[in-house]
Design a protein around this ligand. Structure first.
Ligand code: FE6
Length: 616
């Protein structure tokens, strides 16, 4: 058939339909067409290179394997040229309609059904090319096949209903696409705008991408190379480039998987947790790529919220290129990626904790708060995350931590629960009245210093079948306690009971139950939270937020120590000096509230103390 004169063709009905979808609804941002065309060009070169391994007799075999873009701001055109395998006349026609033949019906059907489960129907040269018509008045495709002696052609269309094909002479091997831009798309004829787009989406394309003769992509897609070939310096350089960071990464995980999904990932933990300084909440910043081409730089659901401190890239061949941010067409796939990566990262952290304990502990000191968030909120991974948590305890040195697993190995046979105490710091917990009963019984208590710990502990609830119990809670029973040796002058059980009853009457509404207790060793008294629904920490938080309920007067149960000199003195004063005894009772309650972090109104206390001092 002669092809010397232009020949006109109508688009098939399916192609018209597809074009309409691509132009009007598949992509939310017009700039995406640059990514799609560069991606096609890269694939075409890749295929050519592959083909060259077996085919020796190819057209223009000296051509540099490059992609060249040029803009013409006056003519309002953008030109992309590649040295790929090119297309013959038949292939131009065939490739244009490939999707229409191979499953476009199913594709269209899937889209019309909401497009939620779009499998990868679109092959390597998919609908991407059509995206040019989002911005083009006309598109000209010049192409010469790698097959020698095949003439070159130019394909021309305005995307409305028909196209023309004509033979041309001066086209080298590969494809050159010339886009004449619509009037409102002139920005894509400026070098600055195209540079920006290339740097965003095409920074890691395997072949040189030149814009106006200048090389754009200078960084390698490190995540696709083998670990053994990469130096620490290269990793750090990549981290800085990818995360726009100036620090050195604290930890890195480079891994690949083939099942259940094909994944290459390179993840970094930065040096510092910037949220800690009261800076804005971190945004997800592990970018999602498909074969080196950016899909989304801030994919919302690629990782769970608590991993928002991670930087880096995830690349999966299983992703269709045209997943764009607003049209995440394959939720299920992203969810699967999320599962695999999260599991893998948790495994990595547990290995770090085991093999590089010091580095892990430093990581934990900085980023532990995110693990706590995960332990409390990520139900699917809770059990594994809890193993990564670390706490100081009554048995660790100051600044040293223990895991819950280690705590459990130290538990005596009769201990059934894991105890913890909240407090602003180690000194405050150690000097408070709550710890002494546990210390006397050789029961280890975890120390929690952060406001979130309360929430974390109540969400985690148990570890290894053992309940996590607040050591200052009224329900804590230390039944098997060894009775402290009786001493001269200790209150009898009856005296203690009578004193407790008297205290209850004297203190009135300020206390719930008052009883003698074995929990105490040195302190005279201790307040245990009588409010099952609001811990002191919660109360403080609600007060800070001006929430209702925090204003109600504090009500606590009081436990007294019948062996304490102060209590013995009080028992004697009760009959000898009733007025003074009442003052002492009030003061003992206030002191115990201070230790519990529940003391709120010092005004009465000052007056009372002066009154007491008068009696000395
Ligand atoms: C997509 C234009 C039909 C090659 N190189 C490049 N693009 C390619 C191919 N496509 N298909 C093969 C496409 C067009 C038309 C299909 Br008309 F770009 N750069 Cl080898």
């Amino acid at each position: 058939m002669s092809t010397a004169t232009p020949q006109k063709f109508e688009f098939q009905a399916e192609i018209k339909q597809l074009l309409d979808i691509v132009i009007h609804s598949l992509y939310t941002e017009k700039e995406i067409f640059v990514r799609e065309l560069v991606s096609n060009a890269s694939d075409a070169i890749e295929k050519f290179r592959h083909l060259q391994l077996t085919e020796k007799d190819v057209a223009d075999d000296q051509l540099a394997l490059e992609i060249n873009l040029t803009t013409d701001d006056t003519a309002k055109t953008l030109t992309l040229q590649d040295a790929g395998l090119g297309m013959t006349r038949a292939e131009l026609i065939e490739n244009l309609g490939t999707i229409a033949h191979s499953g476009s019906k199913a594709f269209l059907k899937a889209l019309s059904e909401g497009g939620q489960k779009n499998s990868n129907l679109i092959g390597q040269f998919g609908v991407g090319f059509y995206s040019a018509f989002m911005v083009a008045k006309t598109v000209k495709v010049y192409s010469r096949s790698w097959k020698k002696d095949e003439p070159a052609h130019v394909w021309t269309s305005d995307g409305s209903g028909s196209y023309e094909i004509e033979e041309v002479d001066d086209q080298q091997r590969g494809t050159k696409i010339v886009i004449e831009l619509k009037d409102d798309c002139g920005e894509f004829a400026t070098e600055g705008r195209i540079k920006e787009i290339l740097e965003r989406y095409s920074a890691f394309v395997s072949f040189p991408v030149n814009l106006g003769g200048k090389l754009i992509n200078t960084v390698q897609a490190l995540w696709l190379r083998s670990k053994s070939e990469i130096t620490d310096e290269q990793y750090t350089e990549f981290y800085k480039f990818q995360a726009h960071a100036y620090d050195e990464p604290r930890l890195r995980l480079h891994f690949s998987a083939d099942a259940p999904l094909q994944i290459n990932a390179l993840l970094f933990v930065p040096k510092d947790n910037t949220e800690k300084f009261g800076m804005a909440r971190l945004e997800p910043s592990v970018s999602l790529f498909c074969r080196k081409v950016l899909i989304d730089s801030k994919p919302k659901d690629l990782l769970p919220e608590w991993l928002r401190f991670l930087k880096g890239v995830v690349d999966s061949e299983d992703l269709p290129l045209n997943i764009s941010r607003e049209t995440m067409q394959d939720r299920a796939l992203v969810e699967k990626l999320n599962k695999v990566i999260t599991k893998r990262f948790i495994k990595f952290l547990s290995e770090e904790a085991k093999n590089r304990t010091e580095a892990y502990n430093e990581f934990y000191a900085e980023f532990g708060v995110f693990l706590k968030e995960g332990a409390a909120l990520d139900y699917a991974h809770k059990d594994e995350i809890v193993k990564l948590l670390r706490f100081e305890s009554s048995l660790t040195e100051k600044g040293k931590t223990t895991s819950l697993a280690e705590y459990v190995t130290r538990m005596g046979a009769e201990q059934k629960e894991i105890y913890f105490l909240m407090g602003p710091n180690r000194a405050a917990i150690e000097s408070g009245p709550y710890l002494e009963g546990f210390k006397a019984r050789n029961l280890e208590v975890l120390f929690c210093y952060e406001a979130v710990d309360e929430y974390v502990m109540s969400n985690v609830r148990e570890f290894d079948g053992k309940k996590l119990v607040a050591a200052d809670h009224a329900d804590v029973k230390l039944a098997d306690a060894p009775k402290p040796p009786a001493a001269e002058g200790d209150l009898s059980e009856d005296d203690a009971k009578a004193l407790a009853e008297w205290l209850k009457t004297t203190l009135g509404d300020r206390v719930g139950e008052v009883k003698a207790s074995d929990r105490l060793v040195d302190s005279p008294a201790l307040a245990v939270n009588a409010d099952k629904f609001m811990s002191p920490q919660m109360r403080r938080m609600m007060k800070a937020m001006n929430k209702d309920g925090a204003d109600a007067p504090v009500k606590v149960n009081l436990e007294i120590n019948p062996r304490s000199a102060v209590i013995k003195h009080l028992a004697a004063a009760r009959t000898a000096a009733p007025e003074k005894a009442a003052l002492i009772a009030e003061q003992i309650l206030d002191n115990s509230l201070i230790s519990a972090g529940l003391f709120e109104d010092p005004s009465k206390m000052v007056a009372r103390l002066y009154k007491l001092l008068e009696t000395v």
